[in-house]
Each structure stands twice: as C-alpha cells, then as structure tokens.
Design a binder for this molecule. Structure first.
Ligand SMILES: Nc1ncnc2c1ncn2[C@@H]1O[C@H](COP(=O)(O)OP(=O)(O)OP(=O)(O)O)[C@@H](O)[C@H]1O
Length: 874
C-alpha cells in the first residue's frame, strides 16, 4: 500500500504537467486567434472586416457559392484576439506564443497550431521569412536565452527511445561528448539558415525560471504527409525522398509519441535552426496554382524541455530519473485546407489535397466530439485515431496542456467560401476546453530549498576571494546550511548600512546554527535508533545467512542431481539423435523408393495410355476399313445383281433367238443341236465331235471381231461367264458351203513328229501366222486347228493340237470355239526315267476344255505307235 502511494507520488513528480488530476481541476478554453494577411493586389475586394479587437465580420461576396445558394449572410466571428494585416511577427508572438513558452519553462505542455486556407499565411506566421521570423524561431530564441545559464552538460539527459529520458553521470556524458567531437571533426554540413536567426539584443528573457534546475532542450521535427508520419531529422542525406514511415505509440505514462523519431539535443538557438532548416529542406513542398510554396503536409516541430533539480550542493543534477520534469511545446503548421476544384489539382496533388482535407476534417470532428462531451457531460468516443495529427495530439485535447490556435485568413473575396469554413471551425474550437496543467515543485517536495545553486556560487566566489591559503581547503556543508530554513534575504553590502546588515546576517545565521544544533540532537537520537535497527537487522541477517548456508547445501545436492539428470539427458539425446539420423536416412530411402515407384507408375500409365490411344486409332481405322469393305461388298452385290439381271435378259434374248432359229431351221439338225444343248446344259460327258460349247475366255481366239461377252448358262450358273462370244453354237453352215474346211495354224519350223496324229484333214489351208480375219471368217473354213510344240522340263518334245469349230458371230465375224486338245509327248527310249513304268516312249493326252467331267475319246486319227491316254485336266 505504501509502495503504491510512493509510486503515485513519483509519477506526479516526474511529469507534473501530465497529472491526471488536472482533468478535474481548472479548465481553459482553446485559445483561438485570428490573423488576417494583407491583400495581395489592390484590385482585390475584401470580404472580411475587423470590427473590434476580437471580432471580424465576414460578408459573402456575390461570387461566393453560398451567395448563389441564397443562404449567405454576414457573419460575426469572435476570437481571443484578431490581428489586423499590419500586425508584426513580434506582436503575434508575444500574444500567442510567449505564454506557452513561459508555461514550457515552468514545466507545462503546450500546443500551438496555425490553421487556415492555403496561402492565408500559416507558414508565414509559424516560420516567418528571412529577417522577419515567425513564432517558431522566436520560441527557440527565447527558450535558449532563458535557460542559457542553467543548461545541463550535453548528454546528461539522454532519450531512452520510449519518450522518456535517462540521466547519465558527468563521466558518461563527457565520453559521449568526446565521441561526438570526433564525429564532427570528420565533417558535418552546416544546415543553419542564418536568416532565421535574430539579433540577440531583440530577444528578451523569461523571468521566474527555477535556477535550482538544470535544463536541456531536445527537438524533433516530423511531417505528416498523406496520413503517414516521416521523421525529418532522420540520419541520412539532407535531401531524401525515401524516409521511412514512423508509427505513433503510447508511452508508459499514456502519452502519444512518434516511435523511433530522432530527438536531437540542442544547446543553442543556432543549433536548433540548423535542425529546423534540415527538416525544412526535407519537407515536401509542391506547387499548386493557388500558392507557389504551398505546404502539402502538416509539419510538427516539437521542443521538449527536460529539467531536473540540482543536488544540495547546487552543482550536479540529482541522479534520479524520478525527479525529471519534461514539458513539451509542439508547433504545428497545418497544411492548407482547400477546395480541390478551385486548385485544379490532379493526380498526386489531388490525393494530397484529399488527405489534407480529410485530416483537417478529423481534427474538426474530434474537437466537435470533445466539445459535445464537455457541454453535455457525455463520454462519446472521440475519433482521434482516424488521423495521425489528432492521434498524435490526443493528450493535449484530453487535458495535458495549453492549446492555442492561430486562424490565418486571407480577407479577399475570392477565398470567402473556404474562409467561412475556417471561421466556423475556429468558432467551434474556441468552445473546447482543456484542463489547466498544474505545476508541482519537485525540489520542495523532497526537502530541497531553493537558491542552492546561487548559494554555491556565492560560497565558491567568497572562498576564492579569501587570500589565506587554508581557505582553499575550507569545506562547508552548504546543503545543510541552505536547506535549513527560509530563503536567504536579499542582502547587499553597501558601506552605509554594512554594520546593520552584518548584524542581521549574524542573527539569521545564529538562528540557523541553533536550528542546526536542534537538528543535530535530533539526528543523534535518530542515529541511535538507526544503530539499534541496524543491530536488529544484523541479527536477522545472521539468521538469514545460516538459513542461506543450509539452503546452499540443499541447492548443491539438487545441482548434483540435476547434473546427473543432465548427463542422462545428454546420453538419451545422443541416442535420440542417432535414431533420428537413422530415421532420416530411412525416410530418405523410402522417399527415393516412393519416388522411383511413382516414376514407374507414371511410365506404366503413360504406356497404357499410349496403347489405349493406339488401340483406339486402330479400331477407328479398322472400323473404317470394315465399313469400306461392307460398302464394297454391297457395291459388288449390286453389281452382281445388275449383271445377273443383264445376263438373264441376254439369256432370254438368246432363248428367243434360239427359238426363232429353231422355228426356221432344219428340224434334224435342230434336234441334234437341241440334244447337244441339252447334253451340255445337263453337264454330261463331252465327246469329240459333239456340239461345240463355250470354252473359257483364255482359250478364245483373239481375232473374234465381236467383243467377248459373258455367257451364263441358266442351269450352270457356276460355269465361266467370261470369254463367251455372242455366237450361235447351234449355227449350221450349209453343207455345200461347209466342206469341213480346216485352217491349220502351225509354226513354220515344226519338228517332224514321226507319228500320224494329225486329223484327217482333207480340205485344209495351212497358215503360219494369222494376219487377217478373213483367214477364218470365210465361208470355207469351219474348223480350226492350232499346233504348238515346246520342250518340257526334261527336254522332251511336247506337241499340242488345239481343235475347234469356227462359229460366225452376230456382228458378222467369227469365233473359234475350242473343243478338243490333243497332246503328244515323246520320251527317249534310252533314257532311264521314272517313267519306266510307262509302256511306250510317246504319250498322247487329250483334253477337252477345262472341265473335269470332259471325257477323253479315242483319237479320230488313224492308229499309230503312239498310245493315246485320257488325261484329266488336273
Ligand atoms: N501577414 C502577412 N504579412 C505579409 N505577408 C504575408 C502574410 N501572411 C502571408 N503572407 C505571404 O503570403 C504568402 C503565402 O503565405 P504562406 O505560405 O504562409 O501561406 P500558407 O497558409 O502557409 O499556405 P499553405 O497552406 O499552402 O502552405 C507568402 O508569400 C507570405 O509571405
């Protein structure tokens, strides 16, 4: 309980300005000032008029949108103060910024921002121009002028990167200073803009600074561009476009800050300008049609003043972080609000304008919500997080410091519509209240009297002035002296009143000495008490020590056990590792096998797939072929059918011709023919001299003048249909004409056969070559005999006689119908052959056509030595 209380106390001490108690204390409204800029051109007509030191009148011009909408009327807006165009920078600073800087020195937080339409003079007010500097340089100047004599050495206070500070010893700080010196020697550019500096005589000092504190100033400079935070002081080249985006975080005391931002310790206003100018260079500036040097981003320059009390001797800072007091002044130059269609912005500019307007709108929404909460006592959520700018300054609005706003306005009529919005915003913002920060004197709360530093200086000066050598070693417990009572009276020695003053001083000192004696006595009593307490503690300590020793013994035993367990664990781990290795190997082996298997399976499936594919292709091919075959077969069948019909037709015709012939011809002969026909039709044995019948086509004579046609016997459909001439087989020559004239067709050099196998041909004509149709197609020739001779494979002579009837054809030609073949084969009697079983050396064979059923009849020739044999066609 006690520690919690002390913790609370420490927090209060550390950040006095941020105490949450302030929330319920006094409140200050946001102070809103209005600054009108001078008109740019004489021809410009104004829409604003200052009617009192804190009131302006806004009259809508005829060109304004709201005028056209007929809802415009002249409006009066009241501010804390209105600065007319001729107001100079110093005046603005004194009225607006100086109170905040005074608060800063005293440990209060402050936020000052400029708000207005683009080109209305925000940057002019905040930064100013060369030789006419604005609020920011003036703040820096006055701060350094004020704290100059009380600055801590550099690096005594060091940012801890979490929005707080550490306090370093003098030695540590000195080391860092030396390191920095080395860095600077290796060259550093001076970014300072001397134009922003002021002559030191123009700068006044803030009175009432706590002289028993040491101070240090730190600055950060960030830019919020397109709702992203960039650190303008980040290490790196002065001009870079690739600054990393920073995030906003909440520190341990619930203050918002830019995480990782570069916080530079500044020891003079010049150094501060240097940092500011570096950031300014990096700041994104772009040209719009309205303002040639328009800020496209919100820039936030923050000055943090760290102060810590000096010790009793008035020399060094108390090395206790808890006594630190940090106050902050944020100077914000907001980007100009603008009507995008008037600026004619496109692309990135339009996006920027959108973001600017959005963040300003969020600022407005936050303030409205805050005001609403304050007026109606509600606790509605304020959307600070919707924009970086409001998120960063959340603490200010929730009562962590003074907030002031300078509304800049361009009084020209052209800007009326935007100015109207700005005025409304300003009016609303003025109604928001923030709690007054309270200041707690840290030093007094820990029993330190003020004037320590001054006393130390006085004493040192006095000691240095004493000429006696022992004075150098004079030590005085200044802490005790200067902390014993009220502040020393302001006493100055002058000759006339010296005795009186010394008397007074002696009395004062005597009083202090008596007090000191009292304190000494009380201290002695306290010392005694402390000693006895220490003895008790010592006893306790001894007990603790013995307990500690026994615990150590237990610990040693436990450690031994732990070691043994560790060894076992190591062994188990080793075994486990071996198993794991094996497992890994096996897993790898299995993986390989699986891989192989998979590959083979892939191969198989590929093959299968190929086969399937081939099979399908073949099937398709065969199906095509089969279909084609079917088609062909169909066609053939059709053709057959057609031929059969044609044959039938022709047969019918033939039958009709035959019948006609039969009717007209000789009955005997006809009967003979009919008999022969019948015999032929019924497939009976063939005898030489019988009625000629159709021979196969290959035996037909080539000189038939009539084209060969197929002749099919109705009764014998299987018989050859080819080569049958259109002739009448029953043709009969008149006996007078047919003298059985033979045409002998024999080769010229015929080998004499020595046999009488030739038929008895009495009326014959011998030709060696058939050259003319007339040789056959004449009235005398009715028989034809073709004689051929050739050697067989054994070298024996073979003579063949093909005999046939010459039959006239319908077309007036003639054709030979072969009806008898006689073959004479001679064998040498001396030759030993497989034919030994043969009876004679000459064999005669006779064929009749190509039919198996053809009978072989004895030759019609006279008998001779050669023996005729009936040979089957096969
Ligand atoms: N009170 C003034 N006295 C003299 N000149 C002024 C004043 N206010 C503004 N100006 C001039 O007007 C111009 C535009 O001002 P400034 O750049 O400050 O506008 P801004 O509001 O910051 O614009 P933006 O928002 O676009 O950055 C500057 O050239 C500046 O010198």
């Amino acid at each position: 309980m006690k520690s919690a209380k002390s913790k609370q106390r420490i927090n209060d001490l550390r950040t006095p300005a941020r105490s949450k108690q302030n929330l319920v204390g006094e409140r200050d409204p946001v102070q809103v000032y209005c600054r009108l800029r001078p008109m740019q051109r004489d021809s410009d007509s104004p829409c604003m008029k200052i009617i009192s030191p804190n009131t302006v009148l806004l009259t809508p011009p005829s060109t304004a949108i709201s005028y056209r909408n007929e809802n415009a009327k002249t409006m009066k807006y009241t501010f804390k103060e209105v600065f007319p165009p001729e107001t100079n920078q110093q005046e603005v600073f004194d009225k607006v910024a100086l109170p905040i800087v005074e608060g800063l020195i005293k440990g209060k937080n402050g936020l000052l921002f400029t708000y207005g339409v683009t080109g209305s003079g925000k940057t002019f007010t905040m930064t100013g121009e060369p030789h006419n500097c604005g609020i920011l340089p003036r703040c820096l100047n006055i701060i350094f002028k004020t704290i100059n004599d009380f600055q801590a050495h550099k690096y005594i206070f060091k940012p801890d990167k979490m929005n707080m500070f550490d306090i370093q010893s003098e030695a540590e700080a000195m080391l860092e200073r030396q390191q920095e010196l080395h860095k600077f020697k290796s060259g550093r550019k001076n970014n300072s803009n001397p134009d922003l500096a002021m002559s030191s005589s123009d700068i006044t000092k803030i009175e009432g600074i706590n002289e028993d504190n040491q101070y240090a100033v730190f600055v950060t400079y960030v830019e919020i561009y397109n709702n992203s935070v960039f650190d303008l002081l980040e290490d790196g080249p002065p001009i870079t476009r690739n600054l990393p985006v920073k995030i906003i975080r909440e520190d341990a005391a619930h203050n918002m800050y830019v995480h990782g931002v570069t916080e530079v310790e500044i020891k003079s206003a010049e150094e501060a300008f240097e940092a500011f100018y570096l950031g300014l260079k990096r700041k994104r500036m772009a040209h719009t049609t309205l303002n040639a040097e328009s800020s496209r981003s919100h820039s936030v320059f923050t000055i943090r003043l760290v102060q810590a009390p000096v010790d009793e001797m008035g020399e060094a800072v108390i090395q206790n972080k808890k006594f630190l007091s940090i106050s902050q002044l944020s100077l914000v130059d907001l980007a100009g609000s603008e009507r995008t269609n008037r600026t004619k912005n496109t692309g990135q500019r339009l996006r920027e304008a959108g973001n600017i307007n959005k963040s300003l709108m969020t600022l407005r929404t936050c303030l409205e919500a805050l005001r609403e909460n304050q007026i109606s006592g509600t606790n509605n959520m304020v959307p600070y997080r919707e924009s970086k700018i409001t998120h960063l300054f959340k603490n200010f609005f929730e009562g962590e410091g003074q907030v002031r706003m300078v509304v800049c306005a361009n009084p020209r009529a052209e800007d009326y519509d935007e100015t109207l919005q700005v005025m409304r915003f300003a009016e609303m913002a003025a109604e928001v209240e923030v709690a007054k920060p309270q200041i707690i004197d840290v030093a007094a709360s820990i029993g330190l009297t003020s004037g320590r530093r001054k006393a130390n200086r006085l004493f040192t000066t006095a000691r240095d002035n004493i000429i006696r050598p022992e004075a150098k070693d004079l030590e005085l417990d200044l802490g005790l002296v200067y902390s014993l009572g009220p502040d020393f009276p302001s006493l100055e020695l002058n000759s006339s009143q010296a005795a009186h003053i010394i008397k007074e001083l002696m009395a004062h000192l005597e009083m202090r000495i008596s007090r000191r004696e009292t304190l000494k006595r009380s201290k002695a009593i306290k010392d005694e008490r402390l000693r006895s307490a220490l003895l008790d503690l010592e006893k306790d300590s001894l007990e603790v020590r013995s307990e500690n020793a026994s615990l150590r013994g237990q610990l040693a035993a436990a450690e031994r056990r732990v070691r043994a367990l560790e060894e076992r664990l190591t062994a188990t781990e080793n075994a486990s590792l071996t198993h794991q290795r094996k497992l890994a190997e096996m897993t790898e082996y299995t993986t390989n096998l699986k891989h192989e298997l998979h590959e083979k399976e892939l191969l198989l499936s590929q093959n299968k797939f190929d086969k399937e594919k081939q099979k399908k292709i073949l099937e398709r091919k065969y199906n095509h072929k089969i279909a084609a075959e079917h088609e062909k077969a169909k066609e053939i069948n059709c053709e057959k059918e057609r031929l059969r019909n044609a044959i039938e037709e022709k047969e019918n015709k033939l039958r009709m011709i035959a019948e006609a012939l039969n009717d007209r011809g000789d009955d005997g002969y006809n009967n003979k023919i009919t008999g022969d026909m019948a015999a032929q039709t019924s497939n009976k044995d063939f005898t030489p001299g019988s009625t000629p019948r159709a021979l196969p086509a290959h035996l037909l004579t080539p000189f038939s003048s009539v084209p060969q046609t197929t002749q099919t016997h109705r009764d014998t459909p299987a018989s050859s249909r080819r080569g049958v001439a259109i002739a009448n087989p029953r043709h009969r020559r008149s006996l007078s004409a047919d003298g059985r004239g033979w045409l002998e067709h024999a080769p010229t050099k015929i080998v004499p056969m020595g046999t009488v196998m030739k038929p008895q041909i009495c009326n014959s004509k011998v030709v060696n070559k058939l050259t003319s149709v007339k040789d056959i197609a004449n009235s005398k020739t009715s028989k034809y005999c073709l004689i051929s001779q050739e050697q067989d494979t054994d070298g024996e002579l073979e003579t063949k006689l093909y005999k046939g009837d010459v039959v006239p054809t319908c077309g007036g030609g003639a054709q030979v119908i072969f009806n008898d073949v006689e073959m004479l084969k001679q064998f040498s009697p001396t030759r030993e052959s497989s034919h030994s079983n043969r009876l004679s050396s000459t064999t005669c064979a006779r064929h009749s056509g190509k039919r198996r059923d053809t009978a072989c009849s004895p030759p019609q020739t006279p008998s001779n030595t050669s023996k005729k044999q009936r040979v089957d066609d096969d």
